[in-house]
Structure formats: structure tokens, C-alpha cells
Design a protein around this ligand. Structure first.
Ligand code: BJW
Ligand code: ZN
Length: 256
């Protein structure tokens, strides 16, 4: 299903009036870059149970199995390129006094597309640290099958992502809450809104009076918070929204 013209127009007008914007993104924005989502049919959780791979307990039970899974995902992500959805968000940034991407994604595709203010709520697959002492770990070559051992404490090295039951990086989450509290518009893009505390940010924006615009081919847990729903893929909807925003801004500058 694709978004209808009226919804686009309302969304573009709200954006056109906004000074501060938050783009809250999830796995769906990277789907068209070839990175599987978690909960869609064919998504990552259909093949693997999250509690087997995305928890600290899973890593402690079998670090090599979890490590090998992340090495596989690193290869998929390294081969991927940002898509028109990522590029449209990067191009929106200079149109606003403040534009913050708050992402649950660990793939760094927003940064690669040129977005400058990106808050990573669930960490990054491109970094690693020691599961025991927490020191960052850098090495020119990473083994494929076996989690490396920390040179300082002998603990096992893990990807710097946030697993279930772990705290989100406190400073990053606090910055995201501040951006959400003062935004005029929050775009909720490609997320099922099922994972907390990240999804709570959308409700916080709503309660603070922001207009919430959902960009997703399907309804989600966050649809009840949305003032406007643009039903379509991020790579289709976001460039069209950008086009309409530019049109609206041009009209305003001619009129003024
Ligand atoms: C498209 C598209 C296209 C498709 N265009 N759209 C309150 C209530 C209940 C439970 C909890 C709660 N608070 C905390 C919890 C527990 C837990 C939780 O949320 N559980 C729920 C699942 C029930 N949360 C946590 O444990 C968090 N930590 C925490 O709360 O700490 C405090 C604490 C400590 C100790 C004890 C208790 C509490 C941590 C959460 C960490 C999440 N980590 C993961 C893995 C990251 C690493 C990795 O990648 O391996 O993060 S899980 C996974 O889900 C990943 C994602 O960032 C996250 C969200 O998924 P996302 O992005 O929404 O993807 P999908 O697949 O769900 O949705 C895709 C969407 O895209 C769909 O809607 C499609 O329609 C759409 N789409 N194609 C646009 N082309
Ligand atoms: Zn260590």
C-alpha cells in the first residue's frame, strides 16, 4: 500500500513549520539495503530465538556461537550501502534548526549516508569490547569462528551492541530524551515499536505535544501514537516527503 496524497501533504506541511525534528529509526529503514529486519516474515528472529543469541546469558553460555553469528551479520552490513531513505534523512538535516536521528540500528548506515547527529541507542556492530572488564577492543583482523580473548583480563570479546536485559548507554539515552522533549515533529520510521525503552521515546514525544508521523508499510504498536501514517517503504516515502518539504519551503521563501 502506498501513502495517499493528503497524508503526504499534511506531513510535509507539519515538517515545513517545524524547527526541531527527531527521526526515530528501526530495522525497516535498512531493509531495502539488504539487511534483514527482526520481526518481519523472513526476519532474523524467525531463524534464531533472541534468547539464544541476543542476551548476555547466551554469550556467557556459548561465546563462539554468538560471535560467529555477529561476524556473519558484520559481513552482510559491510556489503550493504545506504538506500534513498537514509539519504533523504541526511538531506533533511540542514532544513531544520535541530535534526536528530535516534536509531535503534547498529549498522551505521545513517552516518555513511551523511547524517551528522546520530544517537545509537543499541550500540554499533562495528565496535567491540571485553564482556568482563569493558575495555574497548580493536584489532586489524577479527577471527570468524571464535570470540577473541581480552589481552588485559582474559575475558571474551563481544560486539558493542545492547542485548536484552542490558542497559542502554545512559548518556546517549539521556540525549535522545532531551531531543524528543523539545521536538516539534517525530518521524517514526521502520520500527515495530515493540522494544523498550526505545519505543517509549515515541510516546514521550507525543505527550510533549509533538506531531508523530509514522513511516512504515504496516501498522505497528506505535500507530496509536501517530497523527499521520505514511504507508509505504522508507526508501520510497522519505524522498517524496523531502521533495514536498523543499517545495513548501520554496513557496514560503517566495511569499515572504
Ligand atoms: C519497513 C520496511 C521498509 C519493513 N520501510 N519500514 C517494558 C515492557 C516490556 C518489556 C520491557 C520493557 N522495558 C524493558 C523491557 C525488556 C526488553 C524489551 O523491550 N522486551 C520486549 C521485546 C518485550 N528490553 C530490554 O531488555 C532493553 N534493556 C532494558 O530495558 O534495560 C533495563 C533492564 C535491565 C535489566 C532487566 C530489565 C530491564 C534492551 C533492548 C535491547 C534490544 N536489542 C536488539 C538487538 C541489538 C543487537 C543486534 O542487532 O543483534 O535491538 S533486539 C532488536 O529489536 C534490535 C532492534 O534495535 C530492536 C527493535 O527492532 P526494530 O528495529 O523495531 O525491528 P523489527 O523487526 O521489530 O521491525 C521492523 C519494522 O520495519 C516493521 O514494523 C516493518 O513493518 C517495518 N519495515 N520493511 C519501512 N522497507
Ligand atoms: Zn577484559
Amino acid at each position: 500500500m502506498s501513502a495517499d496524497g493528503t497524508a503526504y501533504q499534511r506531513a510535509a506541511e507539519r515538517l515545513c513549520q517545524a524547527r526541531r525534528v527527531v527521526a526515530f529509526t528501526g530495522a525497516g529503514i535498512s531493509a531495502e539495503s539488504g539487511i534483514p529486519t527482526f520481526r518481519d516474515p523472513g526476519g532474523l528472529w524467525e531463524q534464531f530465538r533472541p534468547e539464544e543469541l541476543a542476551t548476555p546469558e547466551a554469550f556467557e553460555r556459548n561465546p563462539d556461537r554468538v560471535w560467529a553469528w555477529y561476524q556473519h551479520r558484520r559481513r552482510v552490513i559491510a556489503a550493504a550501502e545506504p538506500n534513498p531513505g537514509h539519504y533523504a534523512l541526511a538531506a533533511m538535516e540542514p532544513h531544520f534548526e535541530e535534526f536528530t536521528v535516534v536509531t535503534q540500528n547498529i549498522d551505521q548506515l545513517h552516518q555513511r549516508a551523511g547524517s551528522r547527529r546520530v544517537l545509537e541507542l543499541h550500540g554499533s556492530i562495528l565496535r567491540n569490547h571485553c564482556h568482563r572488564c569493558g575495555r574497548p577492543y580493536e584489532a586489524p583482523n577479527l577471527p570468524e569462528e571464535r570470540a577473541p580473548t581480552c589481552p588485559h583480563c582474559g575475558g571474551r570479546i563481544r560486539p558493542s551492541v545492547v542485548w536484552f536485559g542490558e542497559l542502554l548507554p545512559e548518556d546517549v539515552f539521556a540525549e535522545a530524551e532531551q531531543a524528543v522533549a523539545r521536538c516539534d515533529v517525530l518521524l517514526s520510521i521502520g520500527t515495530s515499536g515493540e522494544v523498550y525503552p526505545a519505543a517509549g521515546l515515541v510516546w514521550q514525544a507525543k505527550l510533549a505535544g509533538a506531531t508523530v508521523i509514522e513511516v512504515n508499510p504496516n501498522p505497528t504498536e506505535l500507530t496509536p501514537a501517530a497523527d499521520i501514517a505514511l504507508r509505504g517503504s522508507a526508501a520510497t516515502v522519505l524522498p517524496e516527503l523531502l521533495r514536498r518539504l523543499c517545495e513548501c519551503r520554496q513557496k514560503l521563501s517566495k511569499a515572504g
